[in-house]
Design a protein around this ligand. Structure first.
Ligand code: PMT
Length: 405
């Protein structure tokens, strides 16, 4: 949703400037075209070079420094932005904009833009509660500007109270929610997705696991969120970035995944089990590191609970989707799991396929349904595939038309 959206971050001078660096980095990682404008005071805390590196764009701070002779910089920046965020927004910049003052690059742009402006204030609690600041905030709200409320907590000045710049992750979520169209086919539906491997501990330093990277499940979660779902991703230990707009619950073992999935199950519309859950765990977890000896070792394994099977047994409104990781008789085994686990859909993949399976960026799958759907897909990236698979399920279930998705 954020891909290529143009956002202008106006950074004004407060200690929370360091958090604006993380914000710019996260927005750029989400695919946004981020430009940064700074006040002179902001540059006392962090240099423009830092924001340049994070945004991969020129940083502006001087109204008279025209980098491109074909345009007037402050007007061009004001016109190009889909949204403007002032973060951190000091009492000073709030006061200036509320009173129509434009005496530097930031305030000139804020007066010139027709894009929606969001102020994310950060200041000492007594400043935040000062009558003049309250009056200025109220005036800006009346003028149609929006505020990302500061949070409460320990302030850099030593006070405890309201005045901390909202966490960058929260601001990104806010931006994401804002750009997510509301008429998407999964809007209002909860989709629970599992991803990655599980780790079954042998002792404090060893475990049994598998090669799942989590890429397929994370792609499913990102696609579900992009299609408007309230998405919950239950993730085994993986090394990839969390998708935006998704609630992520980290787990380690099959038992923890079972507990987390059960807690999210009752009100779920769709559950997609992309995780490669260990079928076996060491029967006993040794409390101390097992010492090596000259003899071979035997570890007794016990069965883990088949999470998907147990969900299938108590299925109500939920649409259950499994993934079958097979190495031979792929379709037969996939079909048999679809029936045995009482699923609605099974996505079958041959994990020996060089273009699919564990760790690869691409996958090759066939979508089967209990109603007889049998749809093979050619090799494509896991991201592309995730959207296509969800769209096929949405259309088959009559959740909406995906022509505009
Ligand atoms: O993570 P990547 O590197 O991107 O790789 C993607 C993938 C190959 C892991 C993925 O595409 C995939 O196939 N996931 C399912 C792996 C698997 O466990 O398959 P299975 O055939 O053993 O299990 C069938 C289904 O039962 C799965 O949905 C699985 O989540 C579920 N299951 C299995 C065992 C268990 N104890 N509980 C379960 O819920």
């Amino acid at each position: 949703m954020l891909m290529n959206k143009k956002i202008l971050i106006c950074v004004t001078g407060g200690i929370a400037v360091y958090k604006a660096v993380a914000l710019v980095s996260k927005l750029a990682q989400a695919g946004m075209d981020v430009k940064v404008v700074m006040t002179k005071s902001a540059m006392e805390f962090v240099t423009p070079l830092t924001f340049q590196a994070m945004s991969r764009n020129d940083v502006y701070f001087d109204t008279f420094d025209e980098k491109d002779s074909r345009v007037i910089a402050h007007i061009d920046l004001a016109d190009c932005a889909d949204r403007v965020i002032v973060a951190p927004a000091t009492a000073n910049v709030i006061g200036k904009v509320a009173n129509g003052i434009s005496d530097d690059m930031v305030t000139t742009i804020l007066l010139a833009t027709t894009a929606e402006i969001w102020f994310a204030p950060a200041m000492n609690v007594n400043m935040y509660n000062n009558k003049a600041v309250i009056r200025n905030i109220s005036r800006l709200r009346t003028d149609g500007h929006r505020f990302i409320e500061p949070s409460e907590g320990f302030l850099a000045c030593g006070y405890v109270g309201k005045g901390r710049l909202e966490e960058p992750e929260k601001i990104v979520e806010f931006v994401h929610a804002h750009f997510t169209p509301k008429n998407l086919p999964l809007a209002g539906k909860k989709v629970v997705i599992t991803a990655g491997p599980t780790r079954e501990r042998i002792d404090p330093v060893r475990y049994v696991s598998n090669f799942s990277s989590g890429k397929m499940g994370y792609a499913m979660a990102a696609a579900a969120a992009n299609l408007g779902a309230d998405t919950v991703l239950i993730s085994g230990p993986v090394g990839i970035s969390k998708p935006h707009g998704v609630k992520v619950i980290d787990v380690e073992s099959a038992a923890e995944m079972y507990e987390a999935v059960n807690a999210e199950y009752d009100d779920a519309a769709i559950v997609i089990k992309s995780a490669a859950v260990a079928d076996y765990r060491p029967a006993v977890i040794q409390p101390q590191k097992i010492k090596k000896s000259t003899d071979d070792a035997i570890i007794e394994l016990a069965r883990t609970t088949d999470i998907l099977h147990s969900l299938g047994e108590r299925k109500k409104q939920q649409i259950l989707v499994g993934f079958a990781a097979e190495t031979q008789n792929v379709l037969d085994h996939g079909k048999s799991k679809l029936v045995k686990k009482n699923l609605d859909y099974m996505i079958v993949n041959d994990v020996t396929d060089p273009e699919g399976g564990f760790g690869n960026e691409t996958n090759v799958v066939t979508l089967l349904s209990k109603k007889g759907l049998h749809k093979p897909y050619p090799a494509m990236t896991k991201n592309e595939l995730a959207t296509i698979l969800l769209q096929a399920i949405i259309e088959a279930e009559g959740f909406g038309d995906c022509n505009d998705c």
